[in-house]
Design a protein around this ligand. Structure first.
Ligand code: AMP
Ligand code: MG
Length: 447
């Protein structure tokens, strides 16, 4: 007997055929999944921005110094510029007395040349007068005694012998004219931003930050600004995901909540297509109302559905096609599971490296340490298990203990954790005292 489907159901039904065909491929490893995700993600183009806005971004040009820094030999201390040989034999009991011929502050040029037997009072950063080759700090002179006794300040007693070059910063010792100081590909940290400023750059060319569209899906979700009716929950995933995107250098574009209907999701997906990447949460498991996969099966290509990990087995990845000015472009889409912990753990494994790659970064791996686990953890279904742990250091050894119950809906298990201990897929579990690898989420001293 022929069955009639209303238009919307028919679309879902057709999409499910594609989905089922893909399911037959079976489960893939975390590494395979990551490789696939990264193969769809490209390094973005450069942009020129004020240096302070470039923090954490990758430089796209070599930076050569056009000047010497420091520009002149100058003093590293407040004290007296001297000729080192004038101080030979000086000591507390037998100071060498020099005539003070001038004073020079940072930012001004010394007018006087130092002749034998003379000194110039000098401040940190002030250019060294001609003839001077060392600076004696105030503490090694009798200046304070002279001031206290209202003595003659046009003379100074040097209380120790100094070597040539003491407390002198030489012209070009930091950056020499013509030197390559920052290489293309360097991630700009505060120190590199300071180097650019020293050289007089107000802007830099860096790989731009990716715009990542974030969509939560589910009929049970309510935005944080709305009161909570019975049976509903606040949408937390949009916020954790957006915060992660910000943390790793992307620009989140929160689209809000898509309902579990093909029409609602299609509309929301269209809103987010101007971004460089699309992240959805929920709607990718086998539940009857999980329609993200169905919409995507229609709208784009799906790369895979299941990854051999826990939490996070139901995961979608694909590309959504869009046409702009007659050109077809493909936006990578990562469909994270809805459970708050699963979405965070899968974000760390797949979305973070994708964002870093788009930003032109090379080091995509999360820092990992070895720790002694302080709880027994079972691995019942042969997947790679990411366990939320609190890592502490005692002596030279790291220890990892569970944050408590590990359900994928227990978001506070992530809030308490600073690491994810990894139980490999080929182990039945780990026992207290075993060594485990732990991906560090934070190195916070506040844990
Ligand atoms: P799903 O993957 O859509 O089947 O969602 C699994 C579970 O995750 C749901 O039952 C919700 O409890 C939870 N969940 C889904 N989306 C969100 C969200 N945006 N914020 C908080 N919890 C969510
Ligand atoms: Mg759902």
């Amino acid at each position: 007997m022929a069955v009639c489907y209303p238009a919307r159901e028919k679309l879902a039904w057709e999409a499910k055929i594609i989905y089922n065909a893909i399911l037959e491929v079976g489960m893939i490893s975390v590494e395979e999944a990551l490789e696939k995700v990264l193969s769809y993600v490209e390094v973005l183009e450069p942009e020129e921005k004020p240096i302070l806005d470039c923090l954490g971004q990758v430089l796209t040009t070599n930076i050569y110094s056009m000047i010497d820094i420091p520009p002149l030999d100058n003093s590293a201390m407040d004290g007296y510029a001297v000729r080192a040989e004038d101080t030979y034999g000086a000591s507390k009991s037998s100071p060498t007395i020099l005539a003070v011929i001038a004073e020079v502050a940072a930012g001004s040029m010394p007018a006087e040349e130092l002749k034998p037997g003379t000194a110039v009072r000098i401040m940190t950063g002030a250019p060294l007068p001609k003839g001077a080759d060392a600076v004696v700090q105030f503490e090694d002179t009798d200046e304070i005694d002279r001031k206290l006794s209202r003595g003659n300040l046009w003379q100074i007693g040097i209380l120790c012998q100094v070597e040539k070059g003491l407390n002198v910063r030489y012209k070009g010792e930091d950056m020499a004219k013509g030197e390559l100081v920052l290489k293309k590909g360097k991630v700009l940290r505060p120190s590199e931003i300071g180097v650019l400023a020293s050289l007089g750059y107000s802007t830099a060319l860096v790989i731009r930050r990716p715009v990542v569209s974030v969509l939560a899906t589910g009929d049970e979700l309510i935005d944080v600004e709305q009161p909570l009716p019975q049976g509903k929950i606040h949408d937390s995933n949009s916020y954790t995901i957006a915060a992660e995107i910000l943390r790793y250098g992307g620009i989140p574009k929160i689209l809000g909540i898509g309902r579990d209907s093909i029409q609602s999701l299609t509309e929301k997906i269209n809103e987010g297509l101007d971004g460089d990447m699309f992240i959805t949460s929920g709607g990718v498991s086998l539940g009857d109302y999980d329609v993200v996969k169905d919409v995507l099966a229609k709208r784009g290509e799906i790369a895979f559905w299941t990854v051999c990990m826990k939490p996070g087995k139901p995961l979608a990845f694909g590309v959504i096609s869009k046409t702009k000015n007659g050109k077809e472009k493909k936006v990578p889409h990562l469909g994270l599971p809805g459970n708050p912990v699963s979405s965070m753990v899968t974000f760390e494994q797949f979305a973070r490296p994708a964002i870093l790659k788009m930003m032109g970064k090379n080091n995509l791996a999360k820092p990992t340490i070895q720790a002694i686990i302080e709880d027994d953890v079972k691995n019942t279904d042969g997947r790679r298990v990411f366990v939320r742990v609190i890592v502490t250091k005692r002596g030279d050894q790291y220890y990892a203990r569970l944050t408590g119950p590990q359900g994928s809906g227990i978001l506070t298990s992530m809030a308490k954790a600073n690491g994810l201990a990894i139980i490999p897929e080929d182990r039945k579990g780990v026992a207290t005292g075993d060594i485990v690898q732990v991906q560090m989420l934070d190195w916070s001293e506040e844990m």
